[in-house]
Design a protein around this ligand. Structure first.
Ligand code: FEO
Length: 402
């Protein structure tokens, strides 16, 4: 059964969503599923923008047939060669052998790498090249490292639509509504949009900034990303979020508490810190057990908040593994410009504080407030004062009005 949706009279959504996949990229849990977006332009020439992941290919092909409604396919624009968008390409070309693939030289090279050969009909484009399809003029613009080096975007200068590849995408399956303005995006989608951005392209802040600069010079009225809803309203708000995220600026002035606790004693101290911060007027504190929260969620939260309290046990003379993994991941994703407070625990040789501080200091523009609070097995009542002093430091740094 086809399941297409009209974006405009001549632009049709032909993508599909997967609600069965447990881990996107075999890494990121997606309990809300994910959409693989593809769009078909019905101009004098017909143009398909990207294909889909193999998992939804049967639905995708039914959609393409329905949207073409008996017409042939003239062009398929390939913005990105990652298999979540390009896995169905060769199958598409078997079905539509006369279609010309429009893509970058780097993407064509990847087609050989992935498929063993390049498509027969291929048109290579570079920055600023155009393609007239009848009423519409497509302008191609390069977007290397958002998220792979071969990535490009297409600006339809007639409809003022940006086909943005992975940029402006989000985790989350589509449920019928395909426009962000038909959803409670701020309430239900933003956390997943941030988690998608930070984990998928968070490392590439500078290339994202370059794309945002190019986008600022265009009159964009619609954004069609490869994942998640289409944007036709409130574009400035969502672009602004990407600007903040890609500059590594905190989105919220606030505190996230993350703890790695083996038997609960470190957890107790971390949560006591939460209470002391709350007594001092800090709102919207979020606490996470690193052993029970997927690291991709923790990365999203570290991107959101300005201040991070990290409390962690010593383990094998090092940092308890879930927290150590988080710090490795934050460094790999190039998180910058955050303020930290540290609590360590160790029953005979506490080491985690020193090691966490060293890992944090390897990242750019990080500030660690005060001394590390050291617990020996469990927090003693007389250490409440020390914990309160660390809370005072955090609050003073937040410049919070009491
Ligand atoms: Fe959605 Fe980089 O692929």
């Amino acid at each position: 059964m086809q399941n297409i949706a009209k974006i405009t009279n001549d632009l049709i959504y032909v993508g599909a969503s997967d609600r069965r996949l447990a881990l996107f990229e075999n890494t990121y849990p997606i309990p809300r599923g994910v959409s693989y977006n593809s769009y078909l332009l019905l101009d004098a020439k017909t143009v398909l923008f990207d294909t889909t992941d193999a998992s939804v290919a049967p639905q995708f092909f039914e959609n393409v047939v329905a949207a073409l409604n008996g017409r042939g396919l003239d062009y398929v624009v390939v913005h990105h060669m990652e298999p979540d968008h390009a896995a169905s390409l060769m199958d598409l070309l078997l079905r539509y052998p006369d279609a010309t693939v429009v893509t970058t030289a780097k993407a064509a090279q990847m087609m050989e790498q992935f498929f063993g050969s390049k498509p027969t009909n291929i048109q290579l484009v570079k920055e600023g090249d155009t393609l007239s399809t009848g009423a519409h003029t497509l302008v191609f613009t390069m977007a290397p490292m958002v998220h792979w080096p071969e990535v490009m975007m297409t600006y339809d200068s007639t409809s003022k639509t940006l086909f943005s590849a992975d940029a402006f995408g989000t985790f989350g399956a589509l449920s019928g509504n395909i426009f962000a303005d038909q959803m409670d995006f701020d309430g239900e989608w933003l956390d997943d949009a941030r988690r998608y951005f930070t984990n998928i392209v968070g490392k590439y802040g500078q290339p994202v900034q370059a794309v945002l600069k190019k986008a600022a010079a265009l009159d964009i009225q619609t954004i069609c990303p490869l994942h998640g809803p289409v944007w036709r309203e409130n574009l400035g708000w969502f672009i602004g979020k990407h600007d903040v995220w890609s500059r590594y600026e905190p989105e919220d002035k606030g505190v996230v508490i993350i703890y790695g606790s083996i038997y609960g004693h470190t957890e107790a101290a971390a949560l006591r810190m939460g209470a002391l911060l709350a007594e001092r007027g800090v709102k919207n504190i979020k606490a996470y057990d690193a052993s029970h929260t997927h690291v991709s969620n923790l990365i999203g939260e570290c991107w959101r908040a300005s201040h991070i309290v990290l409390a962690c046990s010593t383990y094998n003379n090092g940092i308890f593994t879930p927290v150590e993994n988080l710090l490795h991941d934050l460094k790999a994703h190039c998180l910058q410009n955050r303020t930290w407070a540290l609590i360590e625990n160790g029953s005979w040789a506490p080491q985690s504080g020193k090691l966490m501080r060293a890992m944090i200091e390897e990242m750019k523009d990080m500030t660690v407030l005060g001394d590390t609070l050291t617990l020996k097995s469990a927090m003693k009542p007389e250490q409440e004062k020390e914990l309160a002093e660390l809370a005072d430091l955090i609050v003073a740094n937040l410049k919070f009005e009491l």
